[in-house]
Design a protein. Structure first.
Ligand SMILES: Nc1ncnc2c1ncn2[C@@H]1O[C@H](COP(=O)(O)OP(=O)(O)OP(=O)(O)O)[C@@H](O)[C@H]1O
Ligand SMILES: [Mg+2]
Lengths: 253, 218
């Protein structure tokens, strides 16, 4: 596996009881790449991301993160997760910590950095997402878009090899989506490696390097975003993008 | 010496003993409550069962019975405590068991997303519990814990049963000598009410100090 590959996934399977949610997923993410994943609800996108950072254990298949096989049983899961940033649909900021402490707590507790150094990095990261002026605020005092930007800063601060975003703008009011996408775009242009589960086609088209279309636990179509969105080969993808398109146009009206 | 002079000087000695009991049992009961709750929620099945059984047992016994068991029954098994320590231990166990119920409820009420985010940062379970879950759960459980502490202050008077020379036992003893129950017991009652009020004010202040927007207590 070349140095250029940050993440490699091979034949991933996941069952919940007797329901198979992932049915053999394989792909690679190159360094600096922004990989877009989309697909209908229930197709297994969130499950895939959770398997990739081992929050749920896949039943079959292998995953490598920077040449290290993390599906290996002897691996230190917490070490692996330090290298993977995770941005949740529901933000999941720590409710009892200020924006600044939300970003620095991982550095202090997990990376054992001293308080001052962690604080300095946290401030830098908040600056990067345009929130240094809100550093002292608690999550309840921030808007949804600001919360999600803090969450991105929190992930970024750990200096991860890759960041996963699971529908980062789906819980936001339409007028707040833009500010989050702008931050994500800027990071993508800085070549921060990422996997983004999203239905924001504008985002996919402007910074996505490759798009994977998931359906029923499998990747059934892949390619550069423009082709997948505008000329899908399979019927399922065609129907999906048509619906997205209708919703999108509907929202803008 | 007048009645009041000797009464007050006696009573002060008892009050000091009561304060000693409380100074030890209040912090340790809080610690026990937190530990029991964590053991029940995060322990493996065995630890969780033991902690749960302990809580169920202590909540099922009248405190008097717990106290008498610690003082009179445990020595039969070779475990001896002075009256003072028997009382302190019984109070810690009883109050800790009740407090743990509030803490456990508070832990359960915390959104699973908090735990997911902690895990995603690479925190171990212990780090997650210490830095993310307990600070939030403690705040939510604080009003319930305060209640239990007030009870603890009042039922510390039960220590008289095993012969601790604390506030109530002194009052009772003094009354048997002087037989002026109205003065003696109303003064004693005032002191208990005073302690309960101070505790209430203290914990209310603590609650305000720990208050975080959006993390309202339940
Ligand atoms: N913990 C679980 N236990 C049982 N079934 C689950 C669990 N998590 C997910 N599933 C099931 O797995 C399937 C895939 O879910 P997943 O959340 O991965 O889909 P998704 O593509 O992220 O959908 P959405 O767009 O709605 O977020 C669904 O049918 C879901 O009901
Ligand atoms: Mg999902």
């Amino acid at each position: 596996m070349s140095d250029d590959i940050v993440l490699k996934v091979e034949d991933l399977h996941k069952n919940y009881g007797n329901v198979t949610v992932l049915k053999g997923v394989s792909f690679e993410v190159r360094r600096g790449e922004t990989k877009i994943i989309c697909g209908p609800s229930g197709s297994g996108k969130s499950t895939l991301l959770r398997c990739l950072n081992l929050i749920t254990r896949p039943d079959k298949g292998r995953i490598w993160l920077e040449r290290e096989e993390i599906t290996n049983r002897n691996i230190n899961i917490n070490k692996v997760r330090q290298k993977i940033g995770f941005v949740f649909q529901e933000f999941n900021l720590f409710n009892h910590l200020t924006a600044l402490r939300n970003v620095s707590v991982g550095l202090e507790v997990v990376k054992k950095m001293n308080k001052d150094e962690a604080r300095k990095i946290a401030l830098e990261m908040l600056k990067k997402v345009g929130l240094e002026e809100h550093a002292h605020k608690y999550p309840a005092e921030l808007s949804g878009g600001q919360k999600q930007r803090v969450a991105i800063a929190r992930a970024l601060a750990m200096n991860p090899a890759i960041i996963f975003y699971d529908e980062p703008t789906s819980a936001l009011d339409p007028q707040l989506i833009g500010e989050v996408l702008e931050v994500m775009k800027a990071l993508a242009r800085e070549k921060v490696t990422s996997i983004v589960v999203t239905h924001e086609m504008g985002f996919a088209l402007s910074v996505g390097d490759e798009m994977l279309f998931m359906y029923d636990g499998k990747i059934i179509e892949r390619g550069i975003p423009q082709e997948v969105i505008q000329n899908p080969r399979c019927e399922e993808a065609r129907r999906f993008f048509q619906r997205i398109n209708e919703l999108y146009v509907g929202k803008r009206r | 010496m007048s009645f009041w002079e000797s009464f007050i000087s006696y009573l002060l000695q008892g009050w000091v003993a009561t304060l000693e009991i409380l100074a030890i049992s209040i912090p340790l009961s809080i610690l026990l409550g937190l530990s029991l709750a964590v053991a029940r929620v995060y322990g493996n099945w065995l630890i969780s069962l033991i902690a749960g059984g302990f809580v169920a047992l202590l909540r099922g016994l009248p405190l008097v019975v717990t106290l008498l068991i610690v003082f009179f029954a445990l020595p039969k098994l070779g475990i001896y405590f002075s009256p003072f320590w028997a009382a302190v231990i019984a109070f810690i166990m009883c109050s800790g068991a009740y407090q743990s119920e509030y803490v456990r409820g508070a832990i359960r009420s915390i959104d699973v997303g908090q735990s997911l985010a902690a895990q995603a940062l690479g925190m171990t379970k212990i780090q997650e519990v210490i830095y993310i879950i307990l600070p939030q759960a403690f705040r939510r459980a604080l009003p319930g814990i305060t209640n239990e502490i007030i009870y603890l202050i009042l039922y510390s008077s039960l220590a008289y049963l095993v012969g601790v020379q604390e506030l109530f036992s002194i009052a009772k003893h003094f009354n048997s000598l002087q037989f002026r129950p109205i003065e003696i017991f109303s003064t004693t009652a005032l002191i208990y009410a005073f302690m309960a009020t101070i505790a209430t004010l203290f914990f209310r202040k603590l609650e305000n100090k720990l208050k975080i927007p959006g993390l309202e207590t339940i």
